[in-house]
Design a protein around this ligand. Structure first.
Ligand SMILES: Cc1cc2nc3c(=O)[nH]c(=O)nc-3n(C[C@H](O)[C@H](O)[C@H](O)COP(=O)(O)OP(=O)(O)OC[C@H]3O[C@@H](n4cnc5c(N)ncnc54)[C@H](O)[C@@H]3O)c2cc1C
Ligand code: FES
Length: 358
């Protein structure tokens, strides 16, 4: 199965000085594979001086917009984001895997729910896709966006958000929180911290009891503060959905997959890998992650970030035990079912059976 497909760049639009919105068109045969769910991302690969880099970018378009678009903000000294902002042009071809990710909730046209989205900087991209799709497909639902940026000049999609407020009159509220630029309401200046989230609830800008689901995407410290603020206001864990773009910290606590075998001290493991319908056994050092072990034997096991953030490398452990050292992507219920991030999972038992197809 081809993991990467060619996408034609059909448009590049500067949204702010340091960010572009890239429109992409799959080949006709691939159109179905790129039929995304709101909140999902694409993983691109490109060679930089002979080294293959893979980078993920969230789709910012809504499902009903009839277009595939990602928003890429330039990171200082960053390889792919600088290339996309400075070199990429209309007519070029990019290689990407079909959409992935589970940063969404199921929509129901008859539902009348209240959603809150928190986005920091480029973290707006999946939240924009979610709010566009939700407001279009759940005509009785509302969405409040709390959008954190340094200043007015760095707000991606500012005009689009104003237009959406008019399109979905009375159903979309946008609260801009700016780190440095002063605003009429003091509460809207500074960082979005746990305390600030509490103040937004207490001042009536947000309503905890009326909130069905909260989406958070942005830098990790901001996400953790917001999640703490939401929980303090009474939201339950399963009402909060996260998407982390980059990992600055070592990760959550280590999670272990239920063992069916006792471990041994041997340093070599037999890893039985099912991928794309066929099964092969790989012998590899326990020092290698399951992903690296599979790839060292020329298996095309999927990956993107290799940092436990994106879940592209997810597989299910059917037998044996692995230790997952970092997990920013899988939900607890997935871990309980035996799913692991293979880039972060190291064999503990001498035999491990994993399946990438489940
Ligand atoms: C699921 C997911 C979705 C995402 N969605 C988006 C999105 O919609 N929009 C978006 O803009 N981003 C998104 N990201 C982040 C994106 O994937 C990239 O991480 C980001 O663009 C940086 O990639 P880069 O190649 O430009 O930077 P990199 O080259 O990876 O560099 C990152 C940083 O490391 C520093 N660095 C690099 N090499 C070295 C070195 N040798 N020594 C010291 N420092 C170094 C750079 O200066 C830079 O500060 C997403 C990430 C994930 C996981
Ligand atoms: S490759 Fe991203 S979590 Fe493993």
């Amino acid at each position: 199965m081809a993991r990467f497909h060619e996408l034609e760049v059909t448009g590049i639009q500067k949204t702010i000085r340091d960010a572009v919105v890239v429109s992409l068109k799959p080949k006709d045969d691939d159109a179905e594979a790129f039929d995304f769910i709101q909140g999902q991302y694409l993983t691109f690969r490109r060679d930089f001086d002979g080294e293959e880099l893979r980078r993920s970018y969230s789709i910012c378009a809504g499902k009903d917009d009839g277009i595939l678009q990602v928003g890429i903000k330039r990171v200082d000294g960053g390889a792919f984001s600088t290339f996309a902002n400075e070199e990429l042009k209309v007519g070029d071809t990019l290689e990407a895997m079909p959409p992935m990710g589970r940063f969404y909730t199921e929509l129901d046209a008859s539902a009348g729910k209240n959603y809150v989205g928190f986005a920091g900087g480029s973290g707006i991209t999946p939240v924009l896709s979610i709010l566009r799709t939700t407001l279009a497909r759940e005509p009785r639902s509302t969405f409040t966006l709390v959008y954190a940026n340094k200043g007015v000049a760095t707000i991606m999609f500012r005009e689009e958000l104003e237009d959406l407020k008019n399109t979905f009159m009375g159903r979309l509220s946008v609260i801009h929180i700016l780190e440095t630029d002063a605003q009429e309401i003091d509460l809207f200046t500074g960082l979005v911290t746990e305390e600030k989230v509490g103040q937004l609830f207490r001042s009536g800008f947000l309503d905890a009891e009326g909130t069905d689901t909260a989406f958070i995407c942005g830098p990790e410290p901001m996400m953790l503060g917001i999640a703490a603020g939401l929980k303090a206001a009474g939201l339950a864990e399963d009402q909060i959905k996260f998407e982390l773009f980059a990992s600055a910290q070592p990760g959550r606590l280590k999670k272990r997959v239920v063992s069916k075998e006792a471990g041994s001290t041997a340093n070599e493991a037999q890893i039985v890998v099912t991928l794309d319908g066929s099964t092969r056994t790989v012998s590899a050092s326990k020092e290698l992650s399951v992903l690296d072990a599979a790839r060292s034997d020329n298996l095309d096991a999927p990956y993107a970030c290799k940092a436990g953030v994106c879940s592209t490398c997810r597989c299910r452990v059917l037998e044996g035990e692995v230790e997952m050292v970092t997990n920013h992507a899988l939900e607890d219920y997935e871990v309980e079912k035996g799913y692991v991030l293979s880039c972060q999972s190291y064999p503990v038992t001498d035999k491990v059976v994993v399946d990438y197809d489940q």
